[in-house]
Write a protein of this length. Structure first.
Lengths: 219, 201
């Protein structure tokens, strides 16, 4: 132990740094592959339907030009290239927890149906992502409810008004109304991606106000 | 209490400016106290006679790295929320070389020139005016150099990702590099001092 007292102060600091550096090899610092969830908290959120947004809500957000959330398509690149909801970015399912998404960002996940997005949602929740949502029933519902809304049979005036509004929204996104006959099966061709919709934005019911603008960071 | 404080909403935009100001004062103070308000001290590292800049900067890096590692390990810091500057490797190599040339010629880097100006050094003030003019020139010429500005974009990358090694191994490697660097730097300083000694007699 006498050799320690022979070291200069700087040498002692160097030795301390080396010791801490060696210990760091065994410290598990990077985010691991396990997920811990608070079961009650998660299930309560699901029960209260706080875990998803509906296709109609998402369509309204896009039309309003809201920028306080990130829309994430978790399908593979090929499917994303074929069609994706306007403003979406592609983060394939296997990579959602790899750091492309920030833990405090508002994130809306969607896949073809609802299941993959819900599974990704669960993983992200377990990693401490605080504002993750799924698009309810995924792209299937987006097509059924937003792109190709069904013409109601013998509609009440209220249903008719709602339908007319949804036709405007469908046109905005490049879709069109369809006959009510076969819900679920979409016979229409998907719209090709366009940078700016040709149709003027439809007016939306009040209530869904835009959130705060996303802040850009710099060094 | 968990960090990063700003990201987790512990304080807002206005308070973050105050925090940045206080950290800036601290940074400037310690730069000056380390002797880095003097161009002579700074450029002597390029003549290998005094490698204090290298030692101080590498000490800061190792201290910060170990601090971040252990704070994160203990659960006080969420590393995934820490902002990472995206890598534009071509732009950064060119920018690094330019900064190096400016450092050798002007005797300061941006931070140390401000510390020097604060202590009343005229060469420091001239350097600050120079880099203000350079910044303005860059902004005006931006359309011309836009391509270079984003050249070599590979997104936000960390060394463990690029090298495919665990975070802890990288930490150990950097500490090892630093400690051998300090030993090597002291050896070089002694050599240069011995070489200079006969000449001054």
């Amino acid at each position: 132990m006498r050799w320690i007292s022979k070291l200069s102060f700087n040498q002692k600091l160097g030795a301390l740094a080396l010791a801490l550096g060696s210990l760091a090899v065994f410290a598990n610092v990077a985010p691991g592959h396990t997920v811990t969830v608070d079961a009650r908290e998660i299930l309560t959120g699901v029960e209260r339907q706080e875990d998803h947004v509906t296709p109609g809500e998402l369509a309204a957000w896009i039309i309003e030009g809201r920028t306080d959330y990130r829309l994430v398509d978790i399908r593979d690149e090929k499917a994303f290239a074929e069609y994706h909801v306007p403003t979406a970015e592609n983060v394939p399912l296997a990579t959602v927890a790899d750091g492309a998404l920030g833990r405090t960002e508002r994130i809306v996940l969607y896949g073809d149906g609802g299941i993959h997005a819900a599974q990704a949602w669960m993983v992200l929740k377990g990693r401490g992502y605080t504002h993750v949502y799924t698009l309810r029933e995924g792209l299937d519902a987006w097509k059924d409810e937003v792109l190709f809304p069904a013409v109601p049979q013998n509609p009440t005036p209220e249903q008719q008004a709602r339908f007319e509004r949804s036709v405007q929204v469908a046109k905005f996104f490049g879709g069109q109304p369809r006959a009510a006959a076969a819900p679920g099966s979409v016979p229409m061709a998907l719209p090709t991606q366009v940078a700016a919709p040709a149709v003027a934005p439809p007016t939306l019911p009040a209530g869904a106000g835009g959130g705060p603008k996303k802040k850009r960071e710099g060094c | 209490m968990s960090a990063p404080f700003y990201k987790l909403g512990a304080f807002g935009d206005e308070a973050s400016l105050v925090v940045a100001f206080l950290i800036g004062i601290g940074f400037g103070f310690f730069l000056e106290r380390a002797g880095f308000g003097s161009a002579k001290k700074l450029v002597s590292q390029f003549y290998l006679t005094d490698l204090a800049v290298f030692k101080v900067m590498f000490t800061a890096i190792v201290t910060a790295m170990l601090g971040v590692t252990y704070l994160s390990w203990a659960g006080f810091l969420d590393l995934s929320l820490v902002y990472l500057v995206p890598t534009y490797w071509i732009a950064q190599v060119v920018g690094g070389l330019l900064l190096g040339v400016g450092f050798v010629v002007g005797g300061y880097c941006p931070g140390t020139s401000i510390a020097a100006t604060a202590t009343g050094k005229l060469d420091g003030l001239l350097f600050v005016l120079g880099f203000a003019a350079g910044t303005l020139g860059f902004a005006l010429a931006f359309p011309l150099v836009k391509g270079l500005y984003t050249a070599g974009a590979i997104g936000t990358k960390t060394l463990p990702q690029v090298l495919g090694i665990p975070y802890g191994i990288l930490v150990f490697g950097v500490v090892l590099m630093a400690v051998s660097g300090f030993v090597g730097a002291s050896w070089v300083e002694k050599k240069m001092a011995a070489k200079a000694a006969p000449a001054t007699e």
